[in-house]
Design a protein around this ligand. Structure first.
Ligand SMILES: Nc1ncnc2c1ncn2[C@@H]1O[C@H](COP(=O)(O)OP(=O)(O)OP(=O)(O)O)[C@@H](O)[C@H]1O
Length: 631
């Protein structure tokens, strides 16, 4: 076990060194590397794209990563929807695996931001993805900081993602045109990358007893807690990166490879005494490292990865039908209708605006059904590339199509056998596929591409859409026979602005975010109550998640809302005109700027004191001060 450093054990917050300075130095190092290697500054933007076959091999190799990254990419893409950005996931070589969002406008660069394009530093010079991979650190590269002239119109922020053994497995990046708003982008990418890393850790790490720890009690249960998993005998089996940082372990090697690390090598206590002390309790207790540093800790019982059933799920179910029933009458009606028809083989059609919670609701239905032990397989009919959707749904036989896995593949329909098939955005399914889907639903059999054998399947069908399917039927864009086949019972979810349970919904979200005690001040609550929420519950969830992080465990106030959301609130207030209560004399952004300026004066420019008073992190404060030109 390497020497534990008391300094790093005191905190898991980023080192005190200024982020901006570290980034500038990293960019300089990268430029030197590019010059030494003779990277061509004028190379065209799209000359490093791998073949479709190589891409499908890489997608296959990174299946676990994709499963855990996609939900977080979706959330991130929602958080920054106003910036016309592209959210990008690459593998460890910098090859793009998946993108989400609108993306940049320039044609040439667009082509180089498609799956299969390489953004390694060797191929594309200094850029956020390639440089984050070499530096093994988050980085934001703006405009002319890019080595190649072609990329000077881009703004990119990338964060490396590590597997449990400290192996660098991916980067998560957000790229957009330089003229789009960039505030908070790197911070949001960091949060999303951390979520992916945590998901990967939980999916792969083994160990029976989890010790969650941090030098600051309020960080336990958050994204940044240290987590060490021990087996029954007190041997360390896995530790996340925050934990390694706190222990002072190296972050660039597999710290547990060929090494036994007993509990007492790390903590100043025997395993037996520790077990005795924390038995049966999930309360926080003090714990001391061997080097004397004091921590807070909590224990949990883990399911080992081996014991977990392999279930094809894009993300874990977050709520039961009972939890979702937060008091809104229309939602209550939908829930009681579901309960009446549950387990009767009636296809359900869930209707509602985007972000209203259709998928969450559908997962809760699956969990309430007698199919809950079987897979819930979600297919987003709008997100699948047209050429792949057939293979994804119906599967394919060995060698059936170029780039296919040699052994063939079960389609989603077959994977859902015994469980639930969730067809999201069904209104976007191409007409040609609608006919094949109808046949599967009628015959309850699926025939993989390139096969003549049909395979019986049995699943509960839940479809969802935010479109007016009846209008699509009338316009000839959706088959009427399929419409009636999927619509055994239609369940309408209310838009957030129509709901009467905002307060309880917020409490539920705070609970989901493991921050049940976070307070929201009355000014913010009043603004929330009259906002029309175009992005529905997804938007509310994103706003709260970001605010919880920015508030650092304190009360959420205007200061913890992002600038773009403040602008959206302001614009919605203005659009609502006279029916709205009088608007504040200052804009919301101006109010929060004024609070920062006043606090800076009060504390004579002491940034730490101001950050403490306003309940925001120093990094956020630095960014805001920079925008205000006060630093
Ligand atoms: N009742 C709820 N409680 C907590 N969070 C919720 C709730 N409903 C929705 N959400 C949040 O909103 C997000 C979006 O929900 P979901 O994916 O179910 O919406 P959707 O209607 O299927 O959206 P889309 O039409 O865009 O596919 C969820 O990931 C979750 O963050």
């Amino acid at each position: 076990m390497s020497q534990l450093s008391p300094a790093s054990a005191q905190t898991a917050l980023p080192a005190m060194r200024d982020d901006q300075l570290a980034i500038a130095e990293a960019i300089e190092r990268s430029w030197r590397r590019c010059m030494v290697k003779g990277v061509d500054e004028q190379a065209p933007a799209h000359d490093q794209i791998i073949t479709a076959q190589e891409l499908s091999q890489r997608l296959e190799k990174n299946r676990l990563l994709l499963t855990h990254a996609e939900p977080e990419m979706l959330t991130l893409s929602g958080q920054i929807a106003h910036t016309r950005s592209l959210v990008i996931l690459t593998d460890s070589d910098g090859v793009i695996l998946r993108t989400m969002g609108e993306g940049v406008e320039q044609g040439d660069i667009r082509a180089s931001l498609l799956p299969g394009a390489s953004w390694s530093e060797e191929h594309r010079g200094t850029n956020a993805i390639g440089t984050a991979l070499v530096e093994r650190a988050p980085i934001s590269v703006q405009g002319a900081e890019h080595f190649m002239a072609y990329h000077h119109s881009l703004s990119c922020s990338a964060v490396p993602i590590f597997a449990a053994n400290n192996q660098l497995v991916a980067t998560l990046d957000v790229s957009n045109d330089l003229n789009q708003p960039q505030q908070h982008t790197l911070a949001l990418v960091k949060m999303a990358a951390q979520m992916v890393e945590n998901r990967l850790f939980h999916a792969t790490a083994q160990g029976e007893i989890g010790v969650h720890f941090h030098a600051r009690a309020e960080f336990i249960g958050t994204l940044w807690e240290g987590l060490a998993l021990f087996d029954d005998d007190g041997q360390l089996r896995a530790i996340n990166r925050s934990g390694q940082f706190q222990f002072g372990l190296p972050l660039d090697e597999d710290v547990l490879a060929n090494r036994r690390v007993p509990f007492a090598d790390v903590f100043d206590e025997s395993w037996a005494a520790f077990r005795q002390r924390c038995q049966g309790s999930d309360l926080l207790f003090p714990l001391q490292l061997r080097n004397g540093a004091r921590l807070f800790a909590r224990t949990s019982l883990q399911n080992t990865a081996r014991a977990r059933p392999v279930v094809v799920q894009a993300r874990e179910s977050a709520a039961s039908l009972e939890m979702l029933d937060t008091g809104d009458p229309q939602l209550k009606l939908a829930i009681s209708q579901v309960k009446q028809v549950l387990n009767r083989d009636i296809p359900l059609l869930v209707l509602g605006d985007t972000g209203a919670g259709k998928e969450l609701f559908s997962r809760a239905i699956h969990d309430a059904s007698n199919r809950r032990e079987r897979p819930f397989v979600a297919v987003n009919c709008a997100a699948l590339p047209e050429g792949l959707i057939e293979a994804e749904l119906f599967g394919y036989e060995e060698g059936a199509y170029t780039g296919a896995k040699r052994k063939g593949n079960h389609g989603k329909i077959q994977q859902a056998d015994g469980g639930t098939l969730f067809l999201d955005e069904i209104g976007d399914m191409p007409l040609s596929l609608q006919a094949r889907l109808l046949r599967v639903l009628q015959e309850r059999c699926v025939t993989p591409l390139g096969s003549s054998k049909s395979i019986p399947v049995n699943f509960m069908l839940i479809s969802a859409t935010n479109q007016k399917l009846k209008d699509k039927v009338a316009a000839g864009e959706f088959r009427s026979d399929l419409y009636y086949r999927i619509n055994g019972l239609a369940l309408q979810l209310p838009a957030l602005r129509q709901r009467h349970d905002l307060q309880r919904l917020i409490s539920l979200i705070l609970q989901v975010e493991q921050s049940p005690h976070t307070e929201i001040n009355s000014e913010v609550m009043a603004l929330f109550a009259r906002h029309p929420w175009p992005g529905n519950v997804r938007q509310l969830h994103n706003v709260l998640r970001t605010a919880i992080a920015l508030a650092d465990g304190g009360e959420i106030s205007l200061l913890h809302l992002t600038q773009d959301f403040l602008e959206e609130l302001q614009a919605a207030g203005q659009a609502a005109g006279n029916d709205q209560p009088p608007r504040p004399a200052l804009t919301l952004k101006a109010q929060s700027d004024a609070a920062i300026t006043a606090a800076m004066q009060q504390h004579a420019g002491n940034v730490s004191a101001v950050a403490r008073q306003l309940g925001m992190s120093r990094n956020t404060l630095y960014r805001r001060l920079k925008a205000l030109a006060l630093s």
